[in-house]
Design a protein around this ligand. Structure first.
Ligand SMILES: [Zn+2]
Length: 315
């Protein structure tokens, strides 16, 4: 009995909240930093299959979050950014073979203008029986650096093109480069998307913000097992809210909803992890570190791999 209970507990703790993964290119060795080889993709698909994970359509996950219902912790959602031709040519057959649904976030300007590496509208249409379509902007800009007007026009163009070329109304948006701040988020939200996606480390629970869902990048040969262990952490980042004027991260101030948490780890891009302490669910510390990367992330990790991420982007 004890052994059985032990095994059961082990099985339970191995699974975490639901996860959304993001891919870019497939079987395209020219760009190693955004590529996933077909061999590794197959390895990942087999891992999902053998370990009881269910790859579900994005709309099922969004529906669950919306309803506030518990999300099965073996759920996995696969998304693909940019709409590269290498998805269509190299990866789509494998998605079909495994019957794994996907969501393609389209860079409409590239497709409309016939850029060489991107899928055509006809090719995108071809995928629609197997997956869903989202918007990934019209010009793929670094959004934090663009004016309100530029961004509004970009959204309008992208949405209109998808409507005209594919005959659908798009419900999802993913930020180019995963870059955004509160201003960009507000503009995106005004277009009425059902869900908006970043590229921050984190999992999805029924407490997730539908307009700020975390997606974990799967490029190269990542430690999939470790990424699947990530749990959702409900947190409120107070400071920093955006890229600091002097490019130095000073105070880091945030709260978590679990007041029992006393110790954790704080990560900053370019600096790695640092042990931190919380008091009554509050983290208040001074880093005073010059930011090294124009796209930097702060990550708070508590026990059981509960993770919350904040991105700051240089305008
Ligand atoms: Zn992109």
């Amino acid at each position: 009995m004890r052994l059985l209970l032990g095994l059961w507990l082990m099985a339970v703790t191995l699974l975490a909240d639901a996860h959304i993964f993001v891919y870019h290119r497939f079987g395209d060795t020219r760009y190693p930093s955004t590529n996933t080889s077909i061999e590794i993709l197959k390895k990942q698909f087999d891992y999902f299959k053998k370990n009881g994970y269910r790859v579900v359509p994005l709309k099922d996950l969004v529906k669950r979050v919306k309803e506030g219902k518990t999300i099965p912790d073996n759920w996995v959602v696969l998304t693909i950014d940019d709409g590269y031709r290498s998805f269509y040519e190299n990866a789509l057959p494998l998605f079909k073979e495994y019957r794994y649904p996907f969501t393609l976030f389209i860079y409409t300007g590239a497709t409309e203008n016939g850029y060489r590496d991107y899928m055509s509208w006809d090719q995108i249409k071809d995928t629609m029986g197997y997956g869903e379509i989202g918007l990934h902007s019209h010009t793929h800009p670094h959004m934090v650096s663009k004016s309100d007007n530029y961004l509004k026009e970009d959204f309008e163009k992208g949405l209109k093109l998808i409507q005209n070329r594919l005959g659908i109304k798009v419900a999802y948006f993913a930020y180019p480069y995963g870059e955004y701040d509160q201003r960009v988020k507000k503009i995106a939200e005004n277009f009425g998307f059902e869900a908006i996606f970043n590229q921050n480390l984190g999992a999805v629970s029924n407490e997730s913000d539908l307009l700020d869902l975390d997606r974990i990048a799967l490029t190269g040969d990542p430690n999939l097992k470790q990424k699947l262990r990530v749990n959702f952490l409900k947190a409120n980042w107070i400071e920093p809210q955006k890229w600091p004027k002097n490019s130095i991260i000073g105070r880091v101030h945030m709260t978590v909803f679990d007041h029992s948490a006393k110790k954790g780890w704080l990560y900053l891009t370019g600096y790695g992890w640092k042990r931190i302490e919380l008091r009554n669910g509050e983290l208040d510390t001074f880093l005073n570190l010059p930011l090294k990367n124009r796209r930097s992330r702060l990550i708070l990790k508590l026990e059981k791999d509960r993770i919350s991420t904040k991105i700051v982007v240089k305008p």
